[in-house]
Design a protein around this ligand. Structure first.
Ligand SMILES: [Zn+2]
Length: 295
């Protein structure tokens, strides 16, 4: 009688083992990616403190994950920083079980969380902008986004613009990066530097090739990841003195960390993913300027 019962459990065991193997392999690849980016980066800690900046984030929390340290360093030095959140946050957790939170409440909640996080980083309320584009739909709005970014640059006069990486696997991240590249191309001002901060690039789903076997999808993903890492011109900033502030700011995004009492079933960003950001160094890709009409 025990044989039929054992068969499915053995199948589940093998499946779980394979999943654990690929999870470990993917996490290791992402860690090596971070090491390579860090190892080939040139330090710009002192220069960064005094240069006014515009931080472009596709979603509330990306600004803190990718740039929390430099925002805090700049604000401690009295440097002007503008944070612009592109989407309204309404699509967060939409695949999970909704209990009581409406879309309107979610939009309001994420704005409050962002304001709390940015206040912890030393931002004034006027420095935080919400562009209000519909969450998960940036890919259809690149031209409008680009115009909004260009207007923000002209208004706030930054010397540095930061945006998520174009290779981040999330469509909103890709679209915002494309919009920022386009805005910089139209601005064509050599005094303004563009930097990308990787977020979902530290999640192997951004790299895995779909429609292939596990092994091939993984190997092609690692190849692309390493080609990217070695082709990027990297800069780093030591954020040790403000890491506690960045951590505090990140934990203000409670709904994204699964710490939202009104929806106890919501998942949060996993600790292994957060670990890429709560470190003593932030790394950025310095994007080479593209002149108008040179593509
Ligand atoms: Zn995001």
């Amino acid at each position: 009688m025990s044989i039929p019962a054992d068969v499915p459990s053995r199948k589940i065991g093998v499946k779980e083992l394979r999943k654990a193997f690929w999870d470990r392999a993917e996490k290791s690849a992402c860690t090596i990616f971070r090491w390579v980016l860090r190892a080939k980066s040139q330090d710009m800690t002192e220069a960064v403190k005094t240069r006014p900046a515009l931080i472009l984030a596709p979603h509330a929390d990306d600004e803190t994950l990718g740039c929390g340290g430099i925002i805090a360093l700049k604000r401690q030095a009295g440097t002007q920083v503008t944070v612009a959140i592109a989407t309204d946050g309404s699509a967060s957790h939409r695949h999970e079980r909704w209990l009581t939170t409406t879309k309107e409440q979610l939009i309001a909640l994420r704005e409050v969380e962002t304001r709390t996080a940015c206040e912890a980083l030393g931002m004034s309320p006027e420095g935080v902008r919400f562009l209000g584009f519909k969450d998960s739909e940036l890919a259809n709005q690149v031209a409008d986004l680009s115009e909004a970014i260009l207007a923000l640059i002209r208004q706030t006069q930054p010397r540095e613009v930061y945006v998520c990486a174009e290779v981040d696997g999330h469509p909103d991240h890709v679209a915002l990066a494309q919009a920022a590249h386009l805005a910089m191309q139209n601005l064509s001002d050599p005094r303004v530097d563009l930097f990308e901060y990787p977020v979902w690039s530290f999640d192997f789903r951004s790299w895995r090739h779909q429609g292939k076997t596990n092994t091939l999808g993984f190997l092609f993903g690692v190849r692309d990841m390493m080609r990217t890492a070695f082709s990027w011109r990297m800069r780093s900033v030591s954020i040790g003195p403000v890491l506690r502030i960045k951590t505090e700011a990140l934990y203000a995004h409670r709904s994204q960390l699964g710490d939202y009492p009104q929806e106890p079933h919501w998942s949060g960003l996993p600790d292994a993913f957060l670990d890429h950001f709560l470190r003593n160094t932030e790394t950025f890709r310095h994007v080479p300027p593209v002149q108008k009409g040179s593509e």
